[in-house]
Write a new protein. Structure first.
Length: 117
């Protein structure tokens, strides 16, 4: 049986992106990673890792894949993530009663913050 072990994001500035995603998710870095690859993992070891791979790439809009992050306090989390460096992405087709907000990390990788309630 398969399970998701790690979700890999291509990044340009690995240190900036690692700092953002560590703070955003409360994840910790794996010891010994270099300057071209960083694995971030949940401190309790439960759930998938997020890996950052320093590879030049262009952000695709709309993205072919994105993260949905569930939050009990969506508005509070969106505010916190924007303070960390995320930006809100406006989408014409987003329904007015949507249970999610679209954000982008400091390099433009999109993700959604979804109301878990």
């Amino acid at each position: 049986m398969l399970r998701v072990g790690s979700i890999v994001l291509r990044v340009d500035d690995i240190e900036r992106q690692a700092a953002f995603w560590e703070a955003a998710l409360g994840y910790v870095r794996r010891a010994g990673d270099g300057d071209d690859f960083v694995l971030l993992r949940p401190p309790d070891g439960r759930g998938p890792n997020v890996s950052l791979d320093r590879v030049r790439s262009t952000v695709q809009v709309p993205p072919r894949i994105h993260l949905d992050l569930y939050a009990d306090d969506r508005a509070g989390e969106v505010e916190r993530l924007i303070a960390l460096g995320a930006t809100e992405v406006h989408w014409d087709r987003r329904p007015p009663d949507a249970d999610y907000v679209i954000l982008a990390d400091p390099e433009g990788n999109r993700f959604c913050v979804v109301d878990a309630g």
